[in-house]
Design a protein around this ligand. Structure first.
Ligand code: AMP
Ligand code: MG
Length: 337
């Protein structure tokens, strides 16, 4: 424990304090509309190194660079494709990250040694104000210990980061609840590397859109990930997570039997009544996105050994829920007869 970690509610004063710490090269956890971010000056190598250390994040997993105005983009990149301009106009600030060829201003530690850089402009007021007050872009991966479910409240950030960073800004519960959509531009197409709040359906209005195979499948042996983060185990509680490919009564019956006959089994169902080992993770994909990570952490608090999760819809933001769940479950899916 090096720091006595302060948690301050977001206001003009705490935002100014956050910017002061960030200008000194310190780390500050900030709210965004996706999940809480662990922020540092993206252009300061030492500060960025401290992000990797605080999270225990593998060095080759690049960080997303957060800006507060489109004027901050050109110095970070070598070129801006026309589609990117149109997407920025429509979806920034918001949960869309775009990959660009990086300029020399962006240190290699930030881009995980790649010659590209991931950039997004958050819509969250606190995040935008803090970046603006800094005057430089912020690298900000999710503010959890590497491998754990991402935090969607300041209290969850505190659980993982207490003693590791000086300050957490509390902006309440995150609106979207899963990380941003990450896209690159490949063969004149919009290529989704990680699904998120800006959906394939929304992007397809701006050009042919395809979803990377690794979004719903594991990488094959020897295959190189286009997005390095996709190769790591992720979002995992201590309990073993399984995706249950069944809905409604079929799902409830299967889970009930296991809850009654085994120790430490918890079931997350879409719109289920919360009783006898069942927790509701929401009827809509939007609600599921918002609640998934929080419920995975709740499962650990309740001492669950096994968590059975009803398979989400794979359309809209549901694809993002499914993508995170697959990793939390290490791709284990149970077919129910
Ligand atoms: P996180 O910051 O934890 O939300 O993760 C950022 C995600 O964006 C990871 O999956 C990274 O692999 C991905 N990413 C960041 N920069 C790049 C890049 N230059 N090229 C491809 N993927 C990237
Ligand atoms: Mg993360």
């Amino acid at each position: 424990m090096i720091y006595e970690t302060k948690v301050l509610p977001y206001d003009g004063k705490s935002a100014a304090l956050a910017a002061e710490f960030l200008k000194r090269g310190e780390l500050v956890a900030i709210p965004t509309e996706t999940v809480y971010g662990l922020a540092a000056n993206a252009l300061n190598e030492n500060a960025v190194r401290n992000i990797f250390a605080a999270k225990g994040r593998p060095q080759d997993n690049p960080l997303i660079v957060h800006i507060s105005s489109i004027k901050m983009l050109p110095p970070l990149v070598k070129e801006i494709p026309e589609t990117a301009r149109r997407l920025a106009e429509r979806f920034w600030g918001g949960p869309l990250t775009m990959i660009f060829p990086k300029s020399d201003n962006v240190p290699d530690v930030t881009s995980g040694g790649l010659d590209t850089v991931a950039v997004r402009m958050p819509s969250n007021k606190a995040a935008a104000e803090i970046i603006k007050k800094c005057g430089f872009p912020l690298a900000a991966p999710s503010a959890n210990l590497s491998g754990k479910p991402s935090p969607t409240t300041a209290a969850r950030v505190f659980e993982d980061m207490n003693g590791r960073i000086p300050l957490i800004i509390d902006g309440g519960e995150c609106e979207v609840g899963v990380e941003s959509t990450v896209i690159c531009f490949k063969d004149n197409k919009i290529h989704i590397l990680r699904p998120g709040g800006i959906t394939a359906e929304m992007l397809s209005e701006f050009g042919e859109t395809e979803v990377d195979r690794a979004v719903v499948e594991g990488l094959r042996g020897g295959e190189k990930a286009l997005s390095p983060g996709m190769k790591y185990k992720h979002y995992s509680p201590a309990a073993d997570v399984y995706i249950i490919n069944a809905h409604g009564e079929k799902f409830r019956k299967y889970c009930s039997r296991r809850i009654k006959t085994e120790n430490g089994v918890l079931a997350l169902g879409a719109g289920v009544a919360e009783a006898d080992g069942f927790l509701d993770y929401g009827k809509t994909s939007e609600l599921q996105a918002k609640r998934l990570f929080e419920l995975l952490r709740t499962a650990d608090e309740l001492g669950a050994k096994t968590v059975l999760v009803e398979i989400p819809e794979k359309t809209g933001v549901g694809l993002a829920v499914y993508n995170r769940l697959l990793r939390a479950a290490a791709f284990r899916t149970i077919e129910v007869e």
